[in-house]
Design a protein around this ligand. Structure first.
Ligand SMILES: *Cc1c(COP(=O)(O)O)cnc(C)c1O
Length: 820
């Protein structure tokens, strides 16, 4: 771990793995050599961890997720190993700058946004808390697209993250499973009189394990993220090849390899995409087969499955696990149905992530039956038995039976994946207090009535290692010297900052940290957009996926309003303010793309208007991803969390901002409510309708145009947009957006506009008093402890998984047989 050993390791790897002499090595070669050297130092811990798990009686938490947005690995691994300074010195001795090498790393963009990033934060906490665990997912060859902005519009560019090689990944060709698709089933009665079903598939795909080590912070626990890559079963189908149909043989290979090719770039499911269902089944089947193999290797009977594994379903994407585990136990392991069902329910738990009706996954029966004929039969049988239970409990209530059925019989029949997950799990949780309450009252109401004990809340969290220690080193050292280093693994210790909130000298240091973070962001903004922003301005930031429910357009309406006010009084007395946006729109989501155009259109006008005199700047920062998030969250003065109440399940960006001392402008939605309760209501800028009021307004017939008619400033703002003011005179471009707001406004932007403007004026007032502002900022960080993912994972362990830590010793012998 010392500088000299690192230096030798790096030189060795440069030559032995990267095959480059130092004299002609490129920065990327040096990055690879350093990454391999860091990986080498993780491998002893990885082996020790696997060894410990193989030798002991224990339970493993398996986190099944179609997305893992893990971000760049080098910096995080250096921090977790505690060798950042040594690596910096070693690179310097080789004539290289560590920061430049960190900037080279391509991040694995294997997720869309919050859901995938949550899975990554949870892996960090699981390892840091020394919990035996595996993350299971898909190794997409192309992750989320890179976003470029051309002429103010989003352009999607293929994410070629594997092009230059991935030093963190270890492919294990010997850990591979076959997954069946299509074909038909045949039933028979075997010699013991047992009814058996054989699935005769049309094709098989092979899933190969690609492992990434997930090291905890300053512990020996190094868990595994196991992602499945699809391959053709044989390189060529020899039958076809011998018959001379060479091209047919190659075609089969192409189809198999397409399975894990690309991540679907939508935050919510796109209806009826066959390949998407195939991806889900593929990774779920590989993962469950892997667990069964580990069970066999440990010599445990299948009946012990639920004692050995607890499986968390991250949303309904892996919900086919309910039927697949039944298939593996009943069809393959010949277990009686009732016993298999008991094991399945005891093993699985389901996290719901959305109440939005358009985001609830369903699969049409014909598609499902064609692709997974045996799974459909199993879903029918689960449903038949389940509905019997419902009828026993609620006799004569056929309306309830129809509502709860796993099959939606209205119109084209569909399987409701949220219902399947709920029926097949022993625990169902929402991701923030409000969301869990609404889940019980709306989407899963009948289920909560039937099984109240099954429902609970686990509020999301984020890892302070990545989002404070790694990405905000200035704040981290100030915290270390003020309250000690313990906060990194016990974030509630930040409360000790309360004593310093009013301390003038400490406040000065606090502002210095923020100013230096803002300078870094200003530099990045200039490089990326050529816009010059003033680090002394208030940095007001909204970064997240672009979506109508997240209401970036509400923010945009306020900016236009502020712009008009500034023009009228020529900006006298107003504090300079810089609005920064970032986020990707789903490629097929026209309204979201239009919202990006509106923001860039406003930026073009406002940033170039001399009347504004630099008091207002608007920036759309391209390609918001984890790497960019590192320098965005720490530079925020204001965090925009302005979703329509009841629509954002939790949010996690809100927590990252809070930890880094930003003040939240927010609605009573998701985790904002808990953030406000923790921070103190006086340290949070609240506005907008409550979830209850939103529902009432909609019930009573919402007429958005009335709000425009009754508010001259809002009318003027909308008129400017439709008049082409932000589209170089083109009156057509923003028509769909303005029409939508005036005629339907499904997310109540206009209803919340006036209160949002008033709230933003309170923000401006507070900003004028730096002592008061800094105090509020310190108190936000001080009270962010609850939002550590360590707290969230602790709750999952205790309340859902019934699992405890397992210490890993580094110096154990490697004699016992290994289970990989
Ligand atoms: C945290 C994070 C998100 C989620 O942000 P929300 O504001 O909670 O929607 C999305 N993308 C990235 C890259 C993140 O780091």
């Amino acid at each position: 771990m010392d500088v000299d050993a690192l230096r030798h390791g790096i030189l060795d790897n440069l030559i032995c793995l990267q095959a480059r002499p130092p004299g002609i090595a490129t920065p990327h070669d040096w990055y690879m050599a350093l990454a391999y050297s860091v990986r080498d130092r993780m491998l002893a811990r990885w082996a020790a961890t696997i060894q410990t798990y193989a030798a002991r009686e224990l339970r493993v938490a398996c986190y099944l997720s179609a997305e893992f947005l893990i971000g760049p690995q080098l910096g995080n691994n250096l921090v977790n190993l505690g060798i950042e300074d040594n690596a910096r010195a070693a690179m310097r001795s080789l004539g290289q700058d560590l920061d430049a090498l960190l900037a080279i790393e391509e991040e694995p963009g294997l997720g869309n946004g919050g859901l995938g990033r949550l899975a990554a934060c949870y892996l960090d906490s699981l390892a840091t808390l020394e919990i035996p665990s595996v993350g299971y997912g898909i190794r997409y060859e192309f992750g989320i697209f890179d976003q470029e902005i051309r002429d103010g519009c989003q352009v999607e560019v293929t994410d070629k993250w594997l092009q230059k090689g991935n030093p963190w990944e270890i492919v294990r060709p010997n850990v591979a499973y076959y997954v069946a698709f299509g074909g038909h089933t045949e039933s028979a009665t075997d010699e013991c009189g047992r009814y058996t079903v054989r699935w005769v598939p049309a094709r098989m795909v092979k899933g190969v394990a690609c492992d990434t080590p997930m090291l905890g912070f300053r512990v020996n626990t190094c868990n595994t993220l196991r992602l499945w890559k699809s391959e053709a079963v044989e390189s060529f189908d020899l039958q076809d090849f011998n018959a001379g149909d060479y091209y047919q043989a190659v075609q089969e290979k192409v189809i198999s390899e397409t399975l894990s090719k690309v991540l679907y770039p939508n935050d919510e499911p796109e209806a009826g995409k066959r390949l998407r269902l195939a991806q889900q089944y593929f990774f779920v089947s590989c993962s469950l087969q892997d667990m069964l193999r580990i069970l066999d290797l440990k010599g445990e009977p299948v009946a012990r499955f639920a004692d050995m594994f607890t499986v968390q379903l991250n949303d309904t994407h892996p919900s086919i696990a309910v039927a697949e585990l039944m298939r593996l136990l009943v069809d393959v392991r010949m277990m009686p149905w009732d016993e298999a069902w008991e094991i399945t329910c005891r093993t699985l738990a389901y996290t719901n992530h959305t109440l939005l009706p358009e985001a609830l996954e369903t699969w049409g029966l014909p598609l499902f039956g064609q692709l997974l004929p045996r799974l459909l039969e199993i879903v029918y049988e689960i449903n038949r038995r389940f509905l019997e239970t419902v009828r026993r409990k609620f006799p004569g209530d056929e309306a309830r039976v129809a509502r709860m059925s796993l099959i939606d019989e209205h119109g084209d029949k569909k399987i409701r994946m949220a219902h399947l997950s709920t029926v097949g799990s022993h625990a169902v949780n929402g991701v923030a207090g409000l969301h869990s309450t609404l889940l019980r009252q709306t989407v899963l109401r009948d289920f909560a009535e039937m099984w109240p004990e099954r429902f609970l809340n686990v509020t999301n969290g984020v890892t302070p290692r990545r989002f404070m220690l790694l990405s905000n080193p200035g704040l981290a050292s100030l915290l270390d010297e003020t309250i000690g280093k313990g906060w990194v693994t016990d974030l509630t210790r930040l409360k000790a900052l309360d004593a310093y909130a009013g301390d003038r000298a400490f406040q000065e240091k606090w502002r210095d940290v923020k100013r230096s973070n803002k300078r870094i962001l200003a530099k990045r903004i200039h490089e990326a957009t050529n816009i010059a922003v003033e680090p002394d301005a208030l940095f007001d930031i909204q970064v997240k996926r672009i979506h109508e429910y997240k209401r970036q357009h509400l923010n945009a309406l306020y900016i236009i309003t502020l712009y008009q006010r500034l023009r009228r009084n020529r900006g006298q007395g107003a504090a300079p303010r810089c609005f920064i946006f970032g986020g990707k729109a789903a490629p097929g989501y026209a309204m979201a793309k239009l919202m990006i155009r509106l923001i860039t259109g406003i930026a073009e006008v406002v940033n170039n208007d001399p009347a504004v005199n630099g008091r207002l700047k608007v920036v759309f920062f391209p390609d918001f991803n984890v790497k960019n998030a590192h320098f965005i969250y720490p530079a925020a003065d204001v965090s925009e969390q302005i979703s329509t109440a009841g629509k954002e399940a939790s949010g996690t960006g809100n927590m990252k901002f809070m930890m880094n001392g930003a003040l939240t402008v927010g609605t009573l939605d998701g985790a904002n409510i808990e953030i406000r309760d923790e921070a103190g209501h006086e340290n949070f800028f609240l506005f907008g309708l409550t979830a209850e009021q939103v529902e009432r307004v909609k019930r009573e017939g919402y007429r958005p145009a009335q709000y425009a008619e009754g508010n001259a400033e809002l009318r003027e703002t909308l008129d400017l947009i439709s008049g082409g003011y932000f589209s170089r005179g083109d009156r057509q471009v923003f028509r769909p957006l303005v029409d939508n707001l005036l005629n339907s406004d499904p997310f109540l932007v206009l209803a919340d506009y006036a209160d949002y403007v008033a709230c933003q004026e309170r923000v401006s007032g507070a900003w004028q008093d730096p002592v008061r502002w800094t105090r509020m900022s310190i108190l936000n960080t001080a009270h962010s402890g609850k939002f550590s993912s360590d707290r969230a994972i602790g709750e999952y362990c205790e309340r859902i998984w019934n699992i405890s830590p397992m210490r890993v010793a580094l110096d154990q012998g490697l004699s016992a047989p290994l289970v990989t």
